[in-house]
Write a protein that binds this ligand. Sequence first.
Ligand code: V47
Ligand code: SF4
Length: 365
Amino acid sequence: MENGSGRLQKLESRVFSGERLGEEEALFLATEVPTPLLVDMADRLRRELNGDRVFYNRNIHFEPTNQCLYDCLFCAFRRDVGTGPEKGGWLLGADDLLRRLEAFPKGTLTELHITGGVHPGRNLEWAESFLRTLRAARPELHLKAFTAVEIDYFARSSRTTVEEALARLKEAGLGSLPGGGAEIFAPEVRRRIAGGKAPAQRWIEVHRAAHRIGLPTNATMLYGHVESAAQRVDHLLRLRDLQEETGGFQAFVPLRYRNGNNRLSALPEISADEERRVFALSRLVLNNVRHLKVYWVMSGMERALGLLRCGGDDLDGTINDSTRIYSMAGGQEHPCCDEKGMRLAIEAAGRVPCERDSLYRVLER
Ligand code: V47
Ligand code: SF4
């Protein structure tokens, strides 16, 4: 019988030559390989794929509304549809965002990251007009907007197909899709925690359709709550298979469950060691997705820098207190990191800061 180190060596050579790991192999990595070995392998694959560069971009996050039809157990951000500001609800439009952008003149940002709750008054026509208004006012900004869950709702409420909805949004200025709403694909978990929103197949269908019409996307996994190691592996392999088919994923973003102010708050958050293992596992299983993003706003900058040694090569953006999804769930209270701070942090981690645009083209300024 093959010993553990022989098995690991074989597995490593398959990962490095770009092959797909089987479910059992990935589960072996997830559950049996000691953290230092797992992390070291992921770090070497990261270097092979991206060298020592750590990417970042200059963006702001905008959350048009936190009023939502769904009711995910982990969500600290949502309010019932119709909730006013006195109870923490908001409903904002393109004009509000344009006002916020007055503080960011041309040349200071490259991207707007836009996602929020699913609101019944906001259909495909609303989304088209929202994007058109932004594009007309700030044509230099890449619009990375709406998760697959929002797209699913736009399509259904406007009685059209996902393909048609995406094509119309692209025409209106959409540049790419963020990776949210994926949570955990396994139906038992999704049914339990994800508030009745689009099932895994639909999430995948939206991303497949986006890739087909030339809209790149990201993918996420919300981990560290009630899911098992096997369910994490299943999630990663489903993403890997779609990537094999389309090549349209730019980055994978693991999101560690934060337990502040939500209906799963009784669950403890997972340890730093487990977090490192999930990043390393993701890097190795998704060996056909170029970038592994450490969303520093979620983990805090210090922890994020450690995760750059577990396969990560992208810190997302410079942020100036513009997102609430995480701060409301226990992430950094007022996330704020300017470009200088970002570059210094990356250098302190022994890596090379590299500003990118939304399509991962290196920007030299
Ligand atoms: O789908 C919500 C997550 C996601 C909690 O594509 C939580 O570049 C942890 O997808 N604890 C939305 N996570 C945000 C998102 C994202 C973020 C940054 C970059 C990109 C990208 C995408 O936030 C949701 C959900 O998985 N989330 N509540 C929580 N309590
Ligand atoms: Fe709504 Fe998104 Fe929160 Fe779920 S995670 S309740 S879909 S805002």
